[in-house]
Design a protein around this ligand. Structure first.
Ligand code: PDD
Length: 298
């Protein structure tokens, strides 16, 4: 079955999907995006993602391309046409097509692109059973990381460095030695039992939708969440560490720069949190533990 993309008002086979070479997203990275997880055909935390999309657009003064109701219809239709039960949907909005010139164009309309693909979440659950290594690199991004901009070059370079060093993610470190977040994930540590630490929201990091969900779950299961900065040194001395994102949920981090975290194995707090997070997904989507291999053993 050919994959279908939504491009500026039309559904087209992915192979034929194209945008104009003078799209400002292509020339200036002048655009924003969202990635949402889909479980059992349900888009997780859809409104939180659309709220963040609205905010990103507003901050960059890009016009709303579609009313929210219309956007929801297009998202659902993109999933339907690609027959996605479990997967992700990618939404991108750029400022549109115009002759290349830095100032905002007087006459152009925002261009929406959507793609969707299936994801086998059992692979993520399998990986969570082992945990992942991360490395640290300097955070070389701009000062507005709260905007989910498609301008991701420093993130791409950091992730590539991580992969070349056999790590799963790169944690980005500010000039004071504090971890901001990962190249495409939020960063967390568990310095003492029952306490989760993650950087406070602000211009330094993206307000992760998963981060917000995990804060909710943590409080429900009786863990305390401290939103404060932490250093690489503190991370390395912690009992546990993990990262979070739409595609990773809560993923245990078992080493930082080659130094084991805690026992060097996924910890009990992260496991409890992941379990609680999947319970939340099950409640939201009606998916059952037997639908996703590995889930029952979490
Ligand atoms: N990344 N921080 C950064 C820099 C990110 O790019 C992301 C998401 C997150 C986690 O946000 P959320 O929980 O809302 O996914 C944090 C997406 C998935 C990506 O770029 O593919």
């Amino acid at each position: 079955m050919p994959r279908i993309a939504y491009v500026d008002g039309r559904y087209v086979p992915l192979r034929q999907a194209a945008i104009h070479i003078e799209d400002r997203g292509y020339q200036f990275a002048d655009g924003v995006y969202e990635v949402c997880a889909v479980v059992n055909g349900v888009i997780l935390d859809m409104d939180a993602h659309l709220d963040r999309l609205d905010r990103s657009l507003h901050e960059l003064r890009i016009r709303q391309p579609l009313e929210r109701t219309a956007l929801r219809v297009v998202m659902r239709e993109t999933l339907r046409r690609n027959r996605i039960r479990h997967g992700i949907i990618y939404i991108q909005v750029t400022r549109g097509v115009a002759r290349r010139d830095h100032p905002f164009p007087a006459a152009s309309h925002p261009v929406v692109v959507m793609t969707a693909r299936s994801v086998d979440f059992s692979r993520i659950i399998e990986r969570a059973a082992l945990g992942v290594p991360v490395i640290t690199v300097p955070d070389q991004r701009w000062a507005r990381r709260d905007i989910k901009s498609i301008s991701l070059l420093p993130n791409v370079l950091a992730k590539q460095t991580a992969y070349e060093k056999g790590a799963y993610e790169a944690w980005l470190v500010d000039d004071d030695g504090h971890v901001t977040e990962g190249s495409s994930t939020n960063a967390w540590i568990v310095p003492t039992e029952g306490v989760l630490v993650t950087r406070p929201l602000g211009p330094d990091i993206l307000a992760g939708v998963t981060r917000a969900g995990l804060v909710e779950v943590a409080r429900k299961v009786g863990m305390r969440v401290e939103e404060r900065t932490f250093t690489v040194t503190e991370a390395k001395k912690s009992r546990e560490a993990f990262l979070s994102s739409t595609t990773n949920f809560a993923m245990p981090v078992v080493s930082v720069d080659g130094e084991p975290i805690g026992t060097g194995k996924p910890g009990s707090a992260t496991r409890a949190l992941l379990k609680g997070y999947w319970q939340r997904i099950m409640d939201e989507t009606g998916v059952t533990a037997s639908d996703i291999p590995g889930l029952a053993k979490l």
